[in-house]
Design a protein around this ligand. Structure first.
Ligand SMILES: Nc1ncnc2c1ncn2[C@@H]1O[C@H](COP(=O)(O)OP(=O)(O)OP(=O)(O)O)[C@@H](O)[C@H]1O
Ligand SMILES: [Mg+2]
Length: 322
């Protein structure tokens, strides 16, 4: 696998949106685990983005099981409710489960595209939840281990279809060539962590891997399963400070999601929590994250912390925390 090929793949997906010039430094010395090649871009690579749409947002994490797929589905539905045409791409190649969270059985998946039985356009489905899904497939070794050429072909095919305003790309966890290709192909990446030290360390690891490959990526941090707003903020502050200090990386805080039993209930019932529990704390948080992404100001009553302005003013929020 040649790194130019991955650069090319990233460039192709990026070309789908925006007009921003992309210059990425060469000569990264960071080793990316046991990848068979580095996923990087060279200084001559300048990509002119054409057209405006869609906006690709990758959702990733270092540690697995931190809530990426739940977030991808619920955030997409929330963005849909806010008037955006959203597509979710299940890019956890080999271990896909977006369709499981949504409780639908896709007729066709990326596996059919990979086998050339279907085109990408033919496997996109509009679901009643108001979003569109490109389903992945589970348990296929070939899909989990695409070659550079195969990835290129897949990313190429995204240009042929209408992906709407926003594409949420749910990646697998950790640093692999597949995951990094999708991240580098997006405009921005939401790195998900939980307050657990292992998740925080791994979030730092994936941020390091991203910034070692590109200086042109908007990285946003989301703290999932926070016990409180304060815990979410503390964790985010720590990761952002460390990334700034040791990696010289700018990471934005996009919000937090409460540890909320409705998330697991919703997965079990295969009905996204923003629909089945719209008034839950987790749903309020997702609403806030969606609003942040769209730069929309929410009403005071929609504040995900559930704390009133007066409480905040007098610092009760802080005093109630440990
Ligand atoms: N905010 C939350 N509150 C409570 N439980 C949560 C929350 N977010 C996620 N979970 C739990 O974690 C489980 C795993 O979530 P999910 O499948 O979205 O993680 P993932 O990061 O996509 O995992 P993988 O790395 O395997 O793809 C959920 O099924 C749910 O039980
Ligand atoms: Mg997942």
């Amino acid at each position: 696998m040649y790194r130019e090929q991955i650069v090319d793949q990233a460039a192709k997906l990026r070309k789908l949106a925006g007009e921003r010039g992309v210059v990425i430094p060469m000569d990264s010395s960071v080793k990316l685990g046991d990848l068979d090649s580095q996923v990087t871009e060279n200084s001559e690579t300048k990509v002119r983005r054409q057209g405006k749409k869609p906006r690709f947002i990758a959702i990733t994490s270092g540690k697995g099981g931190v809530g990426k797929s739940s977030l991808a589905v619920n955030l997409a539905i929330m963005l849909g409710k806010m008037g955006k045409k959203v597509t979710v791409l299940d890019a956890d190649l080999g271990l896909a489960n977006i369709n499981v969270i949504l409780g639908f059985i896709p007729k066709y998946t990326l596996q059919h595209v990979f086998k050339k039985q279907k085109t990408l356009g033919e496997i996109v489905v509009e679901i009643p939840e108001g979003i569109r899904i490109i389903a992945g497939a589970s348990g296929f070794y070939q899909l989990a281990n695409l070659s550079a050429e195969q990835r290129e072909e897949m990313i190429d095919s995204f240009q042929d279809i209408d992906m709407g305003d926003i594409v949420i790309v749910d990646t697998g966890a950790g640093v692999s060539a597949n995951v990094l290709s999708f991240i580098l192909s997006a405009h921005e990446t939401i790195v998900v962590t939980t307050p657990e030290p292992t998740a925080i360390t791994d979030a730092y690891g994936i941020i390091k891997a991203i910034v070692s490959q590109t200086s042109d990526m908007t990285i946003k941090l989301l703290v999932n399963r926070a016990a409180s707003a304060l815990e979410g903020k503390k964790v985010a502050d720590r990761v952002i400070a460390i990334a700034g200090q040791f990696l010289n990386a700018k990471v934005d805080h996009i919000g937090f999601i409460y540890d909320d039993p409705v998330v697991s209930l919703a997965v079990r019932n295969q009905k996204p929590f923003v629909l089945s529990y719209p008034k839950s704390k987790a749903s309020s948080c997702v609403r806030s994250v969606a609003a942040n992404l769209l730069n929309i100001q929410l009403e005071e009553t929609e504040d995900p912390t559930g704390e009133s302005f007066i409480q905040k003013l007098f610092g009760f929020l802080g005093r109630n925390e440990t």
